[in-house]
Every structure is written in structure tokens, then in C-alpha cells.
Design a protein around this ligand. Structure first.
Ligand SMILES: Nc1ncnc2c1ncn2[C@@H]1O[C@H](COP(=O)(O)OP(=O)(O)OP(=O)(O)O)[C@@H](O)[C@H]1O
Ligand SMILES: [Mg+2]
Length: 366
């Protein structure tokens, strides 16, 4: 028995030879924003559909509010759903669209009115109830879809890439709104996305999925700062992937040969001399030096390269530096660096622990 709002226990689903969901377990508490993050085809939608009851798991069980719902149909589970493509009824008004689940439940009229008013004010759509979907902006349509998912006050709200169809600016705005809705109610959200920025902005805890499995699940900052696998590190925004051979293993720091350049890295677990190592570095953790004051210490990396290009990204710029081994690193700097010109030699510096190193298991297997 579990008291979590939602509990998934050892759920698997195969489609022929495809293991869409492979022995997944997790819990989501009341009021929590939980994200499922993973690349296309990693099983996110399948897992969400299993929770919703739109798909039957091959193995495992789904509990909502401590109740085993594995064999219950979708309408009996107490869930709300929001999809990527809104799915609004074009010939119904905003109010009718939002109230649709209440009609289906045959709630008394006054109760329907009360819940409709509550949700319309929550998503700030007051005064727009009589409009039709074609009279709304993209963001407003998305609010209607959210309101419809929430109107029956479900025990869990499931969202499948609800912001994917919005342009970047609107998406950012809706992310802020979504956090606000969620903080005002205690309905837990299970939010599917393949956008790492979105998952990091919105959720408290998250899981990274790959080939149907959970690679890692936990508080978002734990995944961001302490990725457990190479996949999580690369998926959560490590722009630079350096592959090399472990030369000198040590307790805290080790050395790796990065195609001819010696680097100090945090010691990867279970790796010995000669093993292939993947070292992931976030571009914002690297620094550029144009002269003097270079960092010292056993954990400091300092390598000289040639600035190939600078790409202005708005709040920061990406510096592309090529090294003598032919490899390139991207360094993001928020401040303008004077006296740095394309073609010039510059020094790139970072402490070993600015990145994450893993023994490459694939090399091992092959
Ligand atoms: N009904 C189905 N029949 C056969 N294979 C399926 C079915 N539904 C999903 N799959 C397969 O299961 C795997 C997981 O699919 P799923 O839709 O869950 O991925 P996803 O993580 O949601 O991807 P996306 O980000 O592209 O939406 C994929 O390999 C997909 O092709
Ligand atoms: Mg999907």
C-alpha cells in the first residue's frame, strides 16, 4: 500500500520486439510537478497512456491515491489529460469545451458552474467563455486545453508535450503560467517532454528515459549536477563530449588522453588504464583566458587553441575553439570579452569537476 498520489510499479510494455516501457517504477506526490524527459521513441507517451488506461501494461501495476487502477478504464481513474495538439471541439465555445468532462460525469448544474468558474479564473480566461477556438491565440487555446484537463479536479493531471506546438516566446510564457497554476492547486502533474530546458524549468523531480528505461530519476538539480550516466549528462545540456583513453587513474582525479592532449578529469567509476572514457562538459562551465592569471592546481585544465568563430546568442556568446588535436570545444560567455578576435590563439580553462566522466561501456561490450 502506498500513500503517493500516483505510484507506478514495475511497469513494462512491449510492442512486438520493441520494449517501449521497460520495468519502470516511480511515485509522484500530491502537489508535485514531475517530468518525464527523453528523446523521441524513448517510451514517454506509452508510459503516460498506461497511466491513463489507454494502454494495458504487459506487466506491473498503476496505483492512484493508493488504489490499484491497473484494470480500470480511463474514465474511472480520476485523471485529466492534456495533449500536444489541444484537441478542442471547433464548434463548441470555450466554456463548453472546458465543461465537457463535467457534462460526461453528469454533475449537477450548479456544481458544474462552480468548477467551471474556478478553472476559468485559474487559467485567466475570464470573459472569453463565449468565444470559439478559432477566435483564440495559440496560448489561449492551450489554456483551454489545460482548463479542460483540470476542470473535474482530477487526482493526477497527465500532460503530453502540451507546449510543443507553441513558438518559443509563447512557450516560455506558458511555462511560467504552468508553474503558477500548479502551485495554486495540489493536483500532481506528470509532464512529458523531450525538451530539457522545459523539464528543468517546470519540474521539481524528473526522470530521464532512454529505450523504455529510466536512466535516472530524482530532484532535477541532482540530475543536472550529478548525472548518473553518460546519456543523462549528454541529454541535460552538456554541449561538449570529449572521448579519450584513461591514462593515469587516481582516487579523486584521473588523467585522460584526449587525442593527444592530456586532461585532468574526475575519476570515472570502475575504469582502468586504457579504458575509453566519455567526458561531458557544459559550455558555460568553461572559461576563456586572453593572458595572465591562469588557474593553478592539480585539477586545472589549461589548453591553448585557436578561436574559429563567435556566435552571438543574445544573453551570451558561443566561442568555438579548435585545438591542435583537431577537436573543437564550445565555450559560452555571458560577458563580452574584449581583445578576442577570430583566428587568435586563446587559452581555455576549466577545473576537472566542471564535467562528468564515465567509462564507455559500449566499447567494453564490443
Ligand atoms: N501502438 C504501437 N505499436 C507498435 N509500436 C509502438 C506503438 N506505440 C509506440 N510504439 C513504439 O514504442 C516506442 C516508444 O514510443 P512512444 O510513443 O512511447 O515514444 P515517445 O517517447 O513518446 O516519443 P516522441 O517523443 O516521439 O513522442 C517507439 O519505438 C514506438 O515506435
Ligand atoms: Mg510521445
Amino acid at each position: 500500500m502506498t500513500t503517493a498520489a500516483l505510484s507506478i510499479q514495475n511497469v513494462s510494455k512491449h510492442f512486438g520486439k520493441t520494449r517501449a516501457v521497460d520495468n519502470v517504477s516511480f511515485e509522484v506526490n500530491r502537489g508535485e510537478f514531475f517530468s518525464l524527459l527523453g528523446p523521441s521513441g524513448s517510451g514517454k507517451t506509452t508510459l503516460l497512456r498506461i497511466i491513463a488506461g489507454l494502454e494495458t501494461p504487459g506487466e506491473g501495476a498503476v496505483y492512484i491515491g493508493g488504489r490499484d487502477v491497473t484494470k480500470l478504464p480511463p474514465y474511472a481513474r480520476g485523471i485529466g489529460m492534456v495533449f500536444q495538439d489541444f484537441l478542442l471541439f471547433p464548434h463548441k465555445t470555450v466554456g463548453e469545451n472546458i465543461a465537457f468532462p463535467l457534462k460526461m460525469q453528469r454533475l449537477p448544474a450548479d456544481k458544474q458552474r462552480e468548477q467551471l468558474e474556478w478553472v476559468v479564473s485559474l487559467v485567466r480566461m475570464e470573459g472569453l467563455e463565449d468565444r470559439f477556438p478559432h477566435q483564440l491565440s495559440g496560448g489561449q487555446k492551450q489554456r483551454v486545453a489545460l482548463a479542460r484537463g483540470l476542470v473535474s479536479r482530477p487526482d493526477v493531471l497527465l500532460l503530453d508535450e502540451p507546449l510543443a506546438n507553441l513558438d518559443r516566446e509563447l512557450r516560455k510564457e506558458m511555462e511560467v503560467e504552468m508553474r503558477r497554476f500548479q502551485s495554486e492547486i495540489d493536483i500532481p502533474f506528470v509532464y512529458v517532454t523531450h525538451n530539457q530546458e522545459e523539464a528543468l524549468t517546470l519540474s521539481a523531480r524528473m526522470a530521464v528515459m532512454n529505450y523504455g528505461k529510466f536512466e535516472q530519476v530524482g530532484p532535477k538539480l541532482e540530475l543536472y549536477h550529478h548525472p548518473a550516466t553518460a546519456f543523462v549528462a549528454s541529454f541535460l545540456g552538456a554541449t561538449n563530449h570529449l572521448q579519450g583513453k584513461l591514462t593515469r587513474p587516481g582516487e579523486t582525479y584521473s588523467h585522460m588522453d584526449w587525442k593527444g592532449i592530456d586532461l585532468v578529469i574526475p575519476s570515472p567509476s570502475a575504469a582502468g588504464p586504457g579504458d575509453t572514457v566519455d567526458y561531458f562538459l557544459k559550455s558555460e562551465k568553461l572559461g576563456i583566458r586572453t593572458g595572465e592569471a591562469t588557474p593553478e592546481g592539480t585539477n586545472a585544465n589549461r589548453i591553448r587553441g585557436k578561436l574559429r568563430d563567435i556566435i552571438f546568442q543574445g544573453r551570451y556568446s558561443d566561442y568555438f575553439v579548435v585545438f591542435e588535436n583537431g577537436e573543437e570545444l564550445i565555450i559560452s560567455e555571458t560577458a563580452d570579452i574584449p581583445s578576442v578576435e577570430i583566428g587568435r590563439s586563446i587559452e581555455v580553462t576549466w577545473p576537472a569537476e566542471a564535467g562528468y566522466a564515465f567509462k564507455n561501456e559500449e566499447e567494453e561490450a564490443s
